[in-house]
Ligand binder design. Structure first.
Ligand code: FNR
Length: 195
């Protein structure tokens, strides 16, 4: 925790698993940022330029973009991942970033960080399988996951306008309710380990 913050302030690292400029997942995080109450900073992180994980590279020190990502996640009190689904799984870029953020095993910036998952896809049932895979990554990293919350934004093309703004009111309300649950829960599950 950053001790310069006021008691009520929270920083949430919000990672998009898509690199696409028109990504519905990145746009979902932008909508979440709009919905967040005062004092809650959603730090939207995209994964452009993150080097491929290689233990030989790691042994020489964190690459520049990995280091910057790790620092931003280290400063966060909570984590939201917006995951696309590619071939019934999470994207390669997301898995790669989580691998870096999990290091060293048991001590990486994501370890123990209270989290929730959202996902947007063009299909009717998309991201359920990708979200399920993420839960395994969370389990390995002792990441407490907001219970009973599942945000599946299906048929995303119908819910965002051409500027990438989430215009589907029921989805905005649903995201707002998720935040209402998530933020107090993050405070309750604040990680204690120094990083
Ligand atoms: C997809 N898409 C997709 N959708 C889905 O619901 N289940 C899937 O398994 C897949 N598989 C898949 C594989 C690949 C290689 C691509 C490029 C796409 C469609 C996907 O949901 C759609 O492209 C989303 O728009 C991706 O998310 P972003 O980029 O909008 O955030």
């Amino acid at each position: 925790m950053n001790d310069k913050k006021h008691d009520g302030d929270l920083t949430i690292a919000a990672i998009s698993g898509s690199l696409r400029s028109g990504s519905y997942n990145t746009a979902s995080l932008m909508a979440l940022r709009e919905l967040a109450p005062a004092g809650v900073m959603l730090d939207v992180l995209t994964l452009h330029d993150i080097e491929l994980f290689d233990a030989d590279v790691e042994a020489q020190g964190w690459p520049e973009h990995v280091k910057a990502l790790r620092e931003r996640v280290s400063r966060a009190d909570g984590l939201v991942i917006a995951t696309p689904e590619y071939n019934y799984g999470i994207t390669g870029v997301l898995k790669n970033a989580l691998d870096w953020l999990s290091r060293p095993t048991g001590e990486g910036p994501i370890v123990g960080l209270p989290a929730t998952i959202i996902g947007a896809s063009s299909s009717a049932v998309g991201t359920a399988r990708a979200q399920s895979q993420l839960r395994d990554v969370f389990f390995y990293n002792a990441i407490p996951l907001l219970p009973t919350s599942e945000v599946l934004i299906s048929r995303a093309a119908d819910k965002f306008d051409s500027d990438g703004r989430l215009t589907h009111e029921p989805t905005r309300l649903f995201l707002g309710k998720m935040l209402d649950q998530f933020l107090p829960w993050v405070r309750q599950h604040a990680r204690t380990a120094a990083r």
